[in-house]
Design a protein around this ligand. Structure first.
Ligand code: MG
Length: 348
């Protein structure tokens, strides 16, 4: 009998086939504007963006963050990358018997801080308790809604000055030939920070998670305009994100390895452990597809911010091939295949 494995939750090709062959088979079929079948970061029903995300990171506290901050930022970011303004969250706690009350309070304080940063608040929720077991303390589900806003309209107007654009939202399928791909900062920090606390690794330097709500940054970029597609490169990392964008938009992407921002210690730790840093998840970064005429302006705006100061244009879309191709630092080219799954388990 087939069974669920950890890879089914790791955000790569195995999770994708679970979604397509089982989840969509039974739960698809709505008439939503952006339905479940789009497998985008969030759905659109009428003019409301809706997202749900369960957080099962292990351990629940890690360098630079914790499960509470992750639960707020994860859902806020998935709503924001569709171009929507997140307006409210729900929060479902599943607490494990034995969780220390002090730890729960630390998580709540952290969630409250993240909500204030995002200026998005928890307005409804639920709490359940289960017997001591495999949760590692708790699991938190957050759902949220987002609405259309002036920044999204301005952004779309900027795109329409230069090309035909029929989409109402910023979707994975909106890239066209010649668009530029921007990455907002260093790749792999979150996954390596979580791995260090899972395994007790000492990388000889302090790698901390980038987990953060990005809705204000994204609204700022939308005001400048020219953005057509956006994703947060979480499980499966940049590699998975670029492959999803390429597949859904039916364009190839040429990525330049030397341009991809990465901390030296993250690169060194990945080399030591045999991990591909491009497959490692992030929680406070965004990948932005921009029309070529606005790419430099978006990049400059990112670089002026604290979160985006390491941003780079890392690639462009092409019709010359249909996959994601990485131009390596030594000048060769290789296909960047979609990962089977993030190499680090339970990072979010
Ligand atoms: Mg996402």
């Amino acid at each position: 009998m087939k069974q669920i494995t950890m890879t089914h939750g790791a955000g790569g090709t195995v999770m994708n086939s679970l979604n397509k062959n089982y989840v969509l088979k039974h739960l698809g079929g709505s008439s939503a504007e952006v339905p479940l079948e789009a497998l985008d970061d969030a759905a659109v029903i009428g003019d409301i963006v809706l997202k749900s995300d369960s957080h099962a990171v292990k351990p629940i506290f890690f360098p630079g963050g914790d499960i509470g901050r992750l639960a707020v930022a994860g859902t806020v970011n998935d709503i924001a990358v569709l171009g929507a303004e997140p307006t409210g969250l729900s929060c479902g706690f599943i607490l494990e018997e034995g969780l220390l009350m002090d730890e729960l309070e630390r998580i709540l304080v952290s969630m409250s801080k993240a909500c204030r940063e995002a200026d998005v608040y928890i307005v409804t929720g639920d709490t359940k308790v289960v017997e001591k077991g495999a949760l590692g303390g708790c699991v938190i589900n957050t759902s949220g809604i987002g609405i259309r806003n002036e920044a999204l309209e301005k952004n779309i107007a900027e795109v329409k000055k230069r090309r035909v654009f029929d989409a109402q939202w910023i979707l994975d399928s909106n890239l066209r030939e010649g668009d530029k791909i921007i990455v907002s900062g260093t790749m792999g920090d979150h996954g390596l920070a979580v791995l260090s606390s899972q395994e007790g690794y000492d990388f000889g330097s302090h790698i901390t998670s980038d987990v953060a709500p990005l809705n204000k940054l994204i609204m700022h970029l939308l005001h400048i305009g020219g953005i057509v597609a956006m994703k947060d490169p979480t499980r499966g990392g940049l590699s998975n994100t670029l492959n999803e964008l390429s597949e859904k938009s039916k364009v190839g992407i040429l990525a330049h390895e030397e341009k991809i921002p990465m901390r030296g210690d993250v690169k060194a730790a990945c080399e030591m452990l045999g991990l591909d840093p491009l497959e490692v998840g992030n929680e406070g970064k965004v990948v932005v597809g921009v029309i070529p005429q606005k790419a430099e302006e978006i990049l400059a705006a990112l670089k002026e911010t604290e979160e985006g100061k390491k941003a780079q244009i890392v690639g462009e879309t092409t019709k010359e091939f249909s996959q994601v191709v990485l131009k390596t630092t030594v000048g060769g080219k290789r296909i960047l295949a979609p990962p089977i799954g993030d190499p680090i388990p339970r990072i979010c």
